[in-house]
Design a protein around this ligand. Structure first.
Ligand code: C2E
Ligand code: MG
Ligand code: MG
Ligand code: MG
Length: 287
C-alpha cells in the first residue's frame, strides 16, 4: 500500500509540477504581449496622508495587469514570474514611465512613490532610465520617491549604493518599504541613504487588543522618527487604528484602506484637485 500510495502521489506531484510550469509559461507569454500593448499594464494610485494635515502628501503607484481572460492580475501574481523570466526590466521601465507621466500632470507638490524590486538595482542603466523619465515627463526629481525593501540593503554592493546616492543627490527620495519584515538588523538603518521608512502593516495587527503590540508599534515609530526619518504606517484599515496613530506625533504619514483603495489616475488627480482634508471611509464600512 505504501508503495502504491507513494507512486500515486508521485504521479500526482509530477502532474501538478507540469501544470504549474505550463501556467507559468502561459503567464510569461501573455505578459510579453501585455508589455507591447498600450494599456494592459497600468498603474493605480493609493493616497499617503499627512497624519496632522489629513491631506494627501503623495501617492504610491501600484502596478496592475488587465489580462484578456484572467481579469485583473495583481503584482503578487505576476511579478515573481516577471523576475524569473527577465521581463522585470521591461515592467520597471513601463511602471516608471507611467508613474512619472501621470504625476507630472498633478497640480501642486504631490509626490509619486514607485516600487523598485531589488534585482533592478543591479541594472547599470537604472539611474539613466529614471533620469530620462523625469526629463521626458517634466516631473521634478523631488516629487519622485523610490521604495526599496530592506533586504536589498543586506550585503548590497557598492554599485547599488552608488546609484542610490547619485539619484538622491539629484533630489529623488528613497524609502524602505515593508520595514520590520526583512532579515536585516536594526543598526543598519542608521547608515542608509534614505529619507523615509514605511512600517509594514503586520505591525498593526492586534495593536488595539494587546498592550505589548501597541508598545512595539509605538516604539518602532519613535525609533525611526528619532533618527530624523519620516515615518509612514502602512495598512491602516480601521478608525480605531487611525485614532491611535493620529494621536501619535511621531507617526508622520499614514496609508491604508481606511482612506480608500488605490485609485485610477483620473480619480487620483480629482482627489488632489479638491485639496480638502481626507474624510476616512464611514466607520461602519471600515469595520
Ligand atoms: P507594497 O509596496 O507594500 O504596497 C502596498 C500593498 O498593500 C498594495 O498591494 C496595497 O494595495 C496594499 N494595501 C494598501 N493598504 C492596505 C490596507 O489597508 N490593508 C491591506 N491588507 N493591504 C493594503 P498590491 O498593489 O497588491 O502590491 C503588493 C506588492 O507588490 C507591493 O507591496 C509591492 O511590493 C509590489 N508592487 C506593487 N506594484 C509594483 C510595481 O510597480 N513594481 C514593483 N517592483 N513592485 C510592485
Ligand atoms: Mg511599496
Ligand atoms: Mg509597503
Ligand atoms: Mg507592504
Amino acid at each position: 500500500h505504501v508503495k502504491h500510495n507513494s507512486r500515486n502521489s508521485f504521479a500526482f506531484y509530477e502532474t501538478a509540477m507540469a501544470d504549474a510550469e505550463h501556467e507559468r509559461l502561459a503567464i510569461e507569454t501573455d505578459l510579453r504581449k501585455a508589455l507591447e500593448s498600450d494599456d494592459d499594464l497600468y498603474m493605480v494610485f493609493q493616497p499617503i496622508i499627512g497624519a496632522r494635515s489629513m491631506r494627501v502628501v503623495s501617492f504610491e503607484a501600484l502596478v496592475r495587469w488587465k489580462h484578456p481572460t484572467r481579469g485583473i492580475v495583481t503584482p503578487g501574481q505576476f511579478l515573481p514570474i516577471a523576475e524569473e523570466s527577465g521581463l522585470i526590466s521591461s515592467v520597471t521601465d513601463k511602471t516608471v514611465a507611467i508613474a512619472c507621466r501621470v504625476a507630472a500632470g498633478w497640480p501642486g507638490d504631490v509626490a509619486v512613490a514607485i516600487n523598485i524590486s531589488p534585482s533592478q538595482l543591479q541594472r547599470a542603466d537604472l539611474q539613466d532610465m529614471i533620469l530620462r523619465n523625469l526629463a521626458e515627463s517634466g516631473l521634478p526629481a523631488h516629487r519622485l520617491e523610490v521604495e526599496l525593501t530592506e533586504n536589498l540593503f543586506v550585503g548590497c554592493d557598492s554599485e547599488t549604493m552608488r546609484q542610490i546616492r547619485a539619484l538622491r543627490d539629484l533630489g529623488v527620495r528613497f524609502s524602505i518599504d515593508d520595514f520590520g519584515t526583512g532579515y536585516s538588523n536594526l543598526g543598519y538603518i542608521n547608515n542608509l541613504p534614505i529619507d523615509k521608512v514605511k512600517i509594514d502593516r503586520s505591525f498593526l495587527t492586534g495593536v488595539l487588543d494587546d498592550a505589548r503590540r501597541e508598545t512595539l508599534l509605538r516604539g518602532l515609530i519613535a525609533f525611526i522618527a528619532e533618527l530624523d526619518l519620516i515615518t509612514v504606517v502602512e495598512g491602516v484599515e480601521t478608525h480605531d487604528q487611525l485614532d491611535l496613530l493620529a494621536n501619535n506625533p511621531n507617526a508622520h504619514q499614514l496609508q491604508g484602506f481606511v482612506f480608500g483603495e488605490p485609485l485610477n489616475a483620473c480619480a487620483a488627480r480629482e482627489l488632489i484637485r479638491r485639496a480638502s482634508p481626507i474624510v476616512p471611509a464611514a466607520r461602519q464600512a471600515a469595520q
